[in-house]
Design a protein around this ligand. Structure first.
Ligand SMILES: Nc1nc2c(ncn2[C@@H]2O[C@H](COP(=O)(O)OP(=O)(O)OP(=O)(O)O)[C@@H](O)[C@H]2O)c(=O)[nH]1
Ligand SMILES: [Mg+2]
Length: 306
């Protein structure tokens, strides 16, 4: 079977990520938020045949919501869902007046992509506006974007790719431009161009490749159990991702050393210093210097275990 295109939707709560995902898949597969509170709280991925290929959409919570708990876990879940790498990242923005406040959010998402994927991932990113019905008559989204320096710069950062949908109003619109089907065709063709420019490959990096290898390894482990032999492929993959997500994050040898080995060594040094009278080096009374030795060690211990 041909590999699905993995498409990640990013953006603020209420920007229309889940609604857009439903429009792209042509079916209500993601829960839409009609309350003032965030709805999508965990990463959800759904796949479906659309035109000639399978699209796997990864809907995400608002990663910049500072009040959200478990954000690191959700970021890891998003990376697991799109491993070995996404074919496209969609930065979903509500079409509205863009102020200085919005600029902070725009910059926040660009920084997020650079931090958790890389700068190169911006060339796989497309800006998608929702609430297109508010676009003035006869104005195309590119023209509207060009009126605001922050938006213009964002779209340029994302390779000049931008599209507009109206998830509520443009489903059966007769207008050739103000029409979700037309916008979807354009969006998929833009993604196809990006993938082609990348030698028919999705975006990837070392971290995503490693996660993919971890998933394969876990799939092999699950499959080895006789009771799992008949589990469908998708179910095994989902189980593998869940197992990895529930594991404590992998630590490098250096991290393990700093977190566990160094504190033990420091404690040892403190005990030896006390018993051997190394406190004389500090030129203080025995009691003072040994307690100072302990304090220094405890302070270092505290810093290391944070
Ligand atoms: N008029 C209009 N309403 C929209 C559009 N897109 C989304 N909405 C509405 O905006 C609200 C939020 O939409 P969602 O798709 O749930 O937004 P979200 O980004 O997934 O929100 P969270 O899951 O909370 O992060 C819902 O009431 C949608 O019906 C649009 O293009 N036009
Ligand atoms: Mg949502």
């Amino acid at each position: 079977m041909e590999e699905p295109w993995r498409i990640v939707l990013l953006g603020s709560t209420g920007s229309g990520k889940s609604s857009l995902a439903n429009i792209i898949l042509g079916e209500n597969m993601f829960e839409v938020n009609d309350s003032p509170n965030p709805r999508t709280t965990t990463c959800v991925s759904k796949a479906k045949h659309v035109n000639v290929r399978v699209l796997c959409l990864i809907d995400t919570p608002d990663f910049l919501d500072s009040e959200r708990r478990n954000i690191q876990r959700e970021i890891r879940s998003c990376l697991l869902e799109c491993a070995p790498g996404p074919h496209a990242l969609l930065l979903v923005l509500k079409k509205e007046t863009f102020s200085q406040y919005n600029k902070v959010i725009l910059d926040g998402y660009v920084d997020f992509i650079i931090k958790h994927f890389s700068e190169e991932a911006l060339s796989f990113t497309t800006v998608v506006f929702t609430h297109g019905d508010e676009l003035p008559d006869d104005v195309k989204i590119e023209d509207w974007v060009s009126q605001n320096i922050h938006l213009q710069s964002l779209v340029q950062t994302c390779g000049g790719r931008c599209h507009v949908f109206d998830n509520r109003q443009w489903n059966n619109n007769q207008d050739p431009y103000r029409n979700n089907q037309h916008q979807l065709t354009e969006l998929l063709s833009a993604i196809e161009n990006t993938v082609r420019e990348n030698g028919e490959e999705n975006y990837t990096n070392k971290k995503l490749e490693k996660l993919d290898e971890e998933i394969r390894e876990e799939i092999r482990r699950i499959r080895a159990a006789p009771e799992n032999k008949r589990l469908p492929r998708q179910q095994v993959r989902a189980k593998a991702k869940e197992n990895i997500l529930n594991r404590p994050p992998h630590m490098s040898v250096a991290e393990v050393s700093i977190k566990y080995v160094l504190p033990i060594l420091l404690c040892g040094v403190a005990v030896i210093a006390k018993t051997c009278g190394v406190e004389k080096v500090f030129e203080a009374s025995e009691a003072d210097s040994s307690s100072r030795g302990m304090k220094v060690s405890c302070a270092l211990l505290f810093l290391c275990t944070r």
